[in-house]
Structure formats: C-alpha cells, structure tokens
Design a protein around this ligand. Structure first.
Ligand SMILES: Nc1ncnc2c1ncn2[C@@H]1O[C@H](COP(=O)(O)OP(=O)(O)OP(=O)(O)O)[C@@H](O)[C@H]1O
Length: 328
C-alpha cells in the first residue's frame, strides 16, 4: 500500500552530528555496518528521561562512527511522512530508529511498509508494547547493541480501514478510553491518565453489541480486540498464539456486555486468566468487519486511527524490524 510518492512533502531532518570513524568492530560478521542512522524522535511520547535517553543513544552511535540525523516530530503524522520520504532518498539511512512509543512506531511503520530499510526501536513511550513483543530490553546499551547486531526480521501487519497496525486494533471500552485520555495529563502522569480515562468511560458505559464478521461468520461482542501480537497494554496477554512474525490475525471477542463484566474482563487480563472465561473467545481470522448502529472510535496500536465501520485485513507488505540477539 504505497500511499505517497512525493517525498519532498516531508520536513527535512536536522543533522545533529557527524562522525567519520568506520562503524562497528570490523571483522565480526554478526555486526552490521551502520554508516547513517535517522532517528525519528517524538518528544511527546512517554514521560521521564526522554531527551537524556536520546542523547545517550546518539553519543554511543556517534562514538561508534555512525553519522546520526535526528528528526524531531512537530505534529501528529510527521513521523510517517519522514519515514516515507527517507525510503526514497538515494543515499538514505542504513537504519531508521524510532524514538517514541507504539503510536509513533505505528506512524513510522505506515511510512516504511513494503520497503527494505530496517527499523530499530528506542522505546520511550508509556507502554512500549512492541518493544515487549520483540523482547527488547529498554536500556540504552541494549538498544544500541540491537542497532548493530539485531536480526532484521519481517513483521507482518494488519490493516484497519487501509491503515497499517503492528500490534492490535480494537473497538469498545478500550478505544473509548484511548479517545478520551487527556494528552497533557498523559505526558505528566503516564498510565495514571489512562486509569482516570477508564473510570470516566466506565461510568458512562452503555450495554450494547458490535456486529463482528470473521471470514464470513457472524458474531456479536461487547468489545473486540483484533490482535497481531500477543501482548496488550504492556505485558498482558490477550491472544496467546498471536505473533507479529507470523501472518494472520486473532480476533478477541469480549462477548458479554455490562459495566461490572468489563471490570471482570480487565481483572482477568491483568491476572492472566482471560483465556479461562467462557464469555471470552479468540478466533483466527483474515478478513474482519465490525459494525455498530452508531459511529465510534477505533484504536490501533494505542491511538485512535479510524472510525467505525471497520474493515480489517492482513497486509501484503511487511516491515523489517531489528530483533535483539537475546530477547528478554
Ligand atoms: N510533535 C507532535 N505533536 C503532537 N503529537 C505528536 C507529535 N509527534 C507525534 N505525535 C503523536 O503522539 C502520539 C503519541 O505518541 P506515542 O504513542 O509514541 O507515545 P505514548 O502514547 O507515550 O507511547 P505508547 O503508545 O507506547 O504508550 C502519536 O499518536 C503521534 O502521532
């Protein structure tokens, strides 16, 4: 799905530093030669030591002889445009490093899908679910080591109304929470902002069902998560058998409506016993349609990416992600 060809629309990256030494210890076949790296940095992601983490990473890369450019995003959508433009540069980067959370990665993946440029993660978001999915420890030493020695591995993607997602897309209470989370509060308090938004949406909860069609078979559910990976919201398992390295989606149906039932589902997710509930089902699927009698937000990789009605599919394109040598 190649959505743009005009790379000139992307803002220019800002060169912060240039070094001339030969990258990586020579002679070790496990170490990739990285001459140029582009870091796409979302300073709005996560909280805490973002800039310090960025500076540490840049220092270690330049110390190893890598020419580093940093692009600081200045609007939602900027990361996608920048990644897309970098794919078509004649002397483009050897690696694109996404410094952000899952929403920024989602943008970068939408810019890179179908291309060859490997993607590395510098996880500085709130939940960093994709980092957990690939077993990447978030300390700077591991992040830098993975840039040089990580295995470029194609990850499969889902599409939600034509937009790629890496981890999951969903409708129901979780999407309503994502839609109503206070972004400023999230920057200051991280997961607490989600807890408050959950409380707000929970008190406004109305019983109803979505109409869900999975490969031609109709179902009804009060909430739906269509998973491409097995983790959800951190290291909580929603779809045990879903792996981003394998094609195919897993449709998680929260079948029973009800305010207190929603609390029970959350406890089951956090407690790791969701799969033992007889009102919870996971169905493999490739073509999924979700409809409701009214409009509603759809979350993908932790951000609102589209609205109902929703058509979900398995993308033909992949993105190559650098996987850590020793996953945690
Ligand atoms: N300069 C910017 N101004 C406003 N929004 C931005 C900017 N750059 C990126 N964004 C948006 O910020 C959103 C949140 O970023 P991201 O998801 O990476 O962080 P996070 O929510 O803290 O992390 P996680 O998803 O891992 O919990 C993304 O949807 C992205 O589109």
């Amino acid at each position: 799905m190649d959505k743009r060809t005009d790379s000139a629309t992307a803002p220019a990256a800002t060169a912060v530093t240039t070094a001339t030494a030969e990258p990586g210890p020579s002679g070790d076949p496990a170490v990739r030669q990285v001459r140029r790296a582009l870091i796409i940095f979302n300073r709005n992601a996560g909280g805490g030591r973002k800039v310090a983490r960025l500076e540490e990473t840049v220092a270690q890369l330049t110390g190893a002889g890598v020419e580093v450019e940093i692009h600081r995003t200045s609007f939602a959508g900027d990361a996608e445009q920048t990644a897309h433009a970098a794919r078509f540069l004649g002397s483009g980067p050897d690696v694109i490093i996404c410094a952000g959370g899952d929403g920024t990665i989602n943008e970068v993946v939408n810019g890179l899908a179908g291309g060859d440029t490997p993607l590395a993660l510098l996880p500085i978001g709130t939940a960093n679910v994709l980092a957990a999915e690939i077993g990447l420890a978030t300390d700077t030493a591991t992040v830098v080591d993975t840039i040089f020695t990580g295995v470029p591995t194609p990850i499969h993607l889902g599409t939600a109304n034509g937009r790629y997602f890496t981890l999951m897309t969903g409708v129901g209470l979780d999407a309503e929470v994502v839609a109503s989370v206070d972004r400023k509060l999230k920057r200051r308090t991280g997961k607490l902002a989600y807890a408050l938004a959950t409380l707000k949406r929970w008190t406004a909860y109305r019983d109803h069902h979505f109409r869900v069609t999975v490969d031609g078979v109709e179902h009804r559910a009060a909430g739906v998560v269509v998973a491409n990976g097995h983790y959800y919201g951190g290291r909580f398992v929603c779809a045990e058998n879903a792996r981003i390295t394998e094609p195919g989606l897993h449709v998680c149906l929260f079948q029973k409506p009800g305010r207190w039932q929603a609390v029970y589902y959350m406890l089951a997710l956090f407690g790791g016993f969701l799969d033992r509930l007889n009102t919870y089902r996971v169905i493999p699927g490739r073509e999924i349609h979700i409809a409701d009698d009214r409009d509603g937000p759809v979350q993908g990789d932790g951000d609102i990416i589209t609205q109902l009605p929703l058509t979900i599919g398995v993308a033909d394109e992949t993105v190559r992600i650098l996987m850590p040598r020793t996953p945690v």
